[in-house]
Write a protein that binds this ligand. Structure first.
Ligand SMILES: NC(=O)c1ccc[n+]([C@@H]2O[C@H](COP(=O)([O-])OP(=O)(O)OC[C@H]3O[C@@H](n4cnc5c(N)ncnc54)[C@H](OP(=O)(O)O)[C@@H]3O)[C@@H](O)[C@H]2O)c1
Length: 230
């Protein structure tokens, strides 16, 4: 059996970088995507240490680039595709920046569908056939007791629905889907007060992905394996 291959978006920092580190250390072929290779210093150091890690340019808001990358990687199996890239613009009632909302919607929600459309054949021809998206408990309508964060919350709620539909529509391809909540993590987005570090979060998320199958496809699961209400 050849080594598994994982594609990760937003792999230059935070959770994406930690995914790249852990999968590379485990001997997977890692396609580490980031939008600015020139400033992806930590990722470049990681690539220097691992022959099995390749850095690829990808801004997930650029759908033509997504298509071009899919073509560049044509005929390559992708066992696990991780939609990790995300943004969290501030948004408070009365001060909404609607352009930022449109951009966040593109990156956080639409890009996951676009990635599935562009890479469905790569994933379908792999051994594991899995697609995971980093969402957030903040996208759970059931869990929303504190309001605000209109832009971030709504974009994550939208991607939750996208993933659910994909899990139904792409079952015939043998592809399973999971929507992930990483916990509150110490990253640039999560800030220093996050409850867990990236190692703990990603170790848990990788275990969730490992346990993903067509039997449990289409769920919303946290890093600790617990199901989250939509
Ligand atoms: N940290 C948390 O507590 C937490 C909680 C719940 C969910 N999440 C989710 O987990 C994921 C990773 O979060 P994080 O904490 O690691 O965030 P982060 O430290 O802010 O990193 C975000 C990553 O996304 C990339 N990115 C943003 N826009 C992009 C675009 N248009 N194209 C390609 N890459 C783009 C960034 O690249 P640049 O360096 O180029 O900006 C960066 O690599 C996100 O989807 C986030 O919503 C995080």
């Amino acid at each position: 059996m050849s080594a598994y291959q994982v594609l990760i978006t937003g792999a230059n920092r935070g959770l994406g970088l930690e995914f790249a580190k852990q999968y590379a250390a485990d001997g997977w072929n890692v396609l580490a995507c980031c939008r600015k290779i020139e400033s992806a210093h930590e990722l470049k150091l990681l690539a220097a240490e691992h022959d099995n890690l390749q850095i690829l340019a990808l801004d997930v808001g650029d759908f033509k680039r997504i298509d071009a990358l899919a073509l560049q990687l044509k005929n390559q199996p992708i066992d696990v595709l991780i939609n990790n890239a995300g943004v969290y613009p501030d948004s408070t009632f009365g001060d909404t920046n609607y352009d930022e909302w449109a951009e966040a919607f593109k990156v956080n929600a639409m890009a996951s569908l676009k990635m599935a459309e562009a890479f469905v054949q790569h994933v379908a021809k792999s051994q594991l056939k899995k697609i995971a998206t980093l969402s957030s408990k903040m996208g759970s309508i059931d869990d929303n007791s504190s309001g605000e964060s209109y832009i971030y919350r709504s974009s994550k709620t939208a991607v939750n629905m996208v993933m659910k539909s994909l899990s139904i529509d792409l079952k015939p391809y043998g592809i399973s889907f999971v929507t992930l909540h990483p916990g509150w993590v110490q990253t640039d987005m999560g800030g220093p007060n996050g409850l867990i570090n990236t190692q703990t979060s990603v170790t848990g998320l990788r275990s969730v992905i490992e346990n993903l199958s067509l039997e449990n496809t289409g769920q919303f699961i946290a890093f600790d394996g617990k199901c989250i209400a939509w």
